[in-house]
Design a protein around this ligand. Structure first.
Ligand SMILES: [Cu+2]
Length: 121
């Protein structure tokens, strides 16, 4: 049985290949694009929003200051769209569905205070 190790290596490679193509397929199957309104006021907001969304299960996240919108590609088997809204709201940014906690919002640097009612006071 001189060939046994070689045979084992081949079997293991086939199994590994099977797993990786499975993962690849899975990755595409659940990959979803979405965009929704996220309020912010400056480059620091952009950094804060994109950093909050920089996590496993989120492929790309881009926030546009001009559009007041975030564009996200994520894995729908890991996150729901509601969770994405919550992640952004948690760091102090209102979305079109979830309002950020007032205390978290108050603690943002002054330049990041995007809520209109506050600047009008
Ligand atoms: Cu800001």
């Amino acid at each position: 049985m001189k060939n046994k190790p070689l045979f084992l290596i081949i079997i293991l490679s086939v199994i590994a290949l099977g797993f990786s193509s499975c993962a690849l397929f899975k990755g595409n199957k659940f990959k979803v694009n979405t965009s929704f309104t996220v309020y912010g006021d400056c480059e620091m907001c952009k950094e804060r929003i994109e950093t909050a969304l920089d996590r496993k299960g989120i492929n790309t996240a881009y926030w546009s200051l001009k559009d007041q919108k975030v564009f996200i590609t994520y894995q729908s088997d890991i996150f729901t769209e509601e969770q994405l809204h919550n992640i952004v709201a948690m760091v102090g940014h209102d979305t079109d569905k979830v309002k950020a906690d007032d205390i978290v919002y108050q603690n943002l640097p002054g330049c990041c205070h995007y809520r209109k009612e506050e600047t009008e006071w």
